[in-house]
Design a protein around this ligand. Structure first.
Ligand code: LLP
Length: 443
């Protein structure tokens, strides 16, 4: 493998076997499709673990670095078990993500809680679970958290999230660090927040600052700038309030390679940029080395996940596009319709067959925009073929829906020739499980 896990389109263990079938984790994906049905999310355990190790290794020269996985990218109990065994912590943004971690016996001290509108129930659950840190996003949350903490007579370690004012070149919907963002305190509001913490919100201990600039980022320079912006604030806070902050959380954001047009930096490139800037700015501002936290999501899981679909009907528009439909689409992968995201795929049962046609892969949902891949070159494509779409590990299952009352797919974990279900396929019964018929409708 060239580079780090986030730089390859296929899962780490992907191979073509003697039947010209795609193999992942030592298993034939065409057989997996037969056994488990399609659509099917397949996760390559070795790829996920290797990526966790690459992150840890890349930051190992800094004695106090911690990697958290942004669980919004892919959250299940099995994922929590893998992360726990690799010594990776968690960034959660909801009671549901926290609950999943609790149900997986995840070490609570290694969990950080982000989010711009946490409810008091969520904050209580976090406090009762003895979560590691709460990253406070705004003034209302400061007041709410302090009152919950006072009512429970506990002190809570917090970070403040700030909006660093950095614009990155990614899709507008997944930029978060620019000034006009719904997330975090503006830098000009930090003093007021700290005055409140020191004078009024006395059950909150300010440990550090957090910032996240966006997602699917390819520019390394902005991480250099981000470290400088945060450490400048550390220095100002030290001067003005005599508080030496101990933690700096840089969020996530490192991009992945979905298609050959994408050229993300490696995990080692990002680590070097961050650590160089950190050392330079610590010296510049004469600060002690803080704990460094990063919380990647996509770059840990994305390329280790693929989705298998069965090919069904097709339509040749006279003198136009040939649409080939698969048995999933925007409900298991909303990213193409939401962000015009591009994907790569192969026919898992004909991987190295000669390319003969250019087709557009359509989903099965009742929306014209439900197109997974436009104009992909493939071998002769027929009903029953298995299409494997790469890089669906991040933000696919976690953003899936039941649109058109279609069941969510199963997810399996493959490793060294074994496969295990980590998320069961939904049944029709699951779909109506929460429905209630008011008595007066008596149907
Ligand atoms: N930390 C914070 C505070 C975040 O908001 C995010 C992502 C991350 C870490 C992880 O970022 P990553 O390393 O995965 O880029 N649904 C969109 C992505 C939204 C990302 C939201 N925040 C997509 O499918 O592209």
């Amino acid at each position: 493998m060239a580079g780090t896990v986030n730089q390859s389109i296929m899962p780490l263990t992907a191979k073509v076997n003697e039947n010209n079938h795609l193999e992942i984790g030592g298993l034939d994906t065409v057989e997996l499709a037969e056994i488990y049905g399609t659509p099917l999310y397949v996760l390559d355990e070795e790829g996920i673990r290797t990526c966790c190790r690459q992150y840890k290794d890349a930051f190992s020269s800094y004695k106090n670095a911690r990697i958290l996985f942004a669980s919004k990218a892919f959250m299940t109990k099995a994922m929590c078990c893998i992360l726990k065994s690799e010594g990776i912590g968690l960034d959660v943004v909801s009671g549901g993500e926290l609950y999943t971690a609790l149900k997986s016996d995840f070490p609570m001290e290694n969990i950080y809680f982000n989010g711009n509108n946490k409810s008091s129930e969520e904050l209580e659950l976090a406090i009762d679970s003895k979560i590691g840190r709460i990253t406070v996003d705004n003034f209302l949350e400061l007041a709410l958290l302090d009152s919950v903490a006072k009512s429970k007579n506990v002190n809570i370690d917090i970070l403040l999230r700030l909006t660093p004012g950095i614009e990155c070149h990614t899709h507008e919907y997944i930029q978060t660090g620019h000034l006009d963002s719904k997330f975090g305190f503006d830098i000009t509001q930090l003093d007021e927040a700290i005055e409140l913490i020191t004078q009024e919100y006395t059950n909150l201990n300010l440990k550090g600052l957090h910032a996240h600039i966006g997602s699917q980022i390819f520019e390394t320079r902005i991480y250099h700038d981000l470290v400088g912006i945060i450490l400048e604030q550390f220095a100002k806070i030290k001067d003005k309030f005599n508080i030496t902050l101990e933690e700096m959380n840089l969020g996530g954001g490192l991009g992945v390679k979905y298609t050959d047009d994408d050229n993300p930096p490696s995990i080692y490139d990002i680590a070097k940029i961050i650590l160089d800037s950190l050392n330079m700015n610590l010296e510049k501002y004469n600060l002690p080395a803080p704990k460094l936290i990063i919380e990647p999501g996509r770059s840990i899981i994305c390329s280790s996940g693929v989705t298998l679909y069965t090919v069904g009907s097709s339509k040749q528009v006279p003198n136009g596009t040939k649409y080939v439909a698969v048995d999933g689409g925007m409900s298991d992968n909303p990213r193409p319709s939401m962000y015009q995201a591009k994907y790569n795929a192969v026919l898992a049962n004909k991987v190295n067959d000669k390319i003969t046609e250019t087709v557009t892969i359509a989903g099965r949902f009742c929306e014209s925009g439900d197109v997974l891949i436009k104009n992909i070159e493939l071998p002769d494509i027929e009903p029953g073929d298995i299409l494997c779409v790469f890089d669906t590990g991040a933000y696919n299952y976690s953003m899936s829906s039941n649109y058109n009352r279609v069941q969510k797919p199963a997810a399996i974990l493959v490793h060294n020739g074994t496969s295990d279900v980590i998320i069961e396929r939904e049944s029709y019964e699951n779909l109506v499980f929460l429905d209630r018929i008011p008595e007066r409708l008596s149907c």
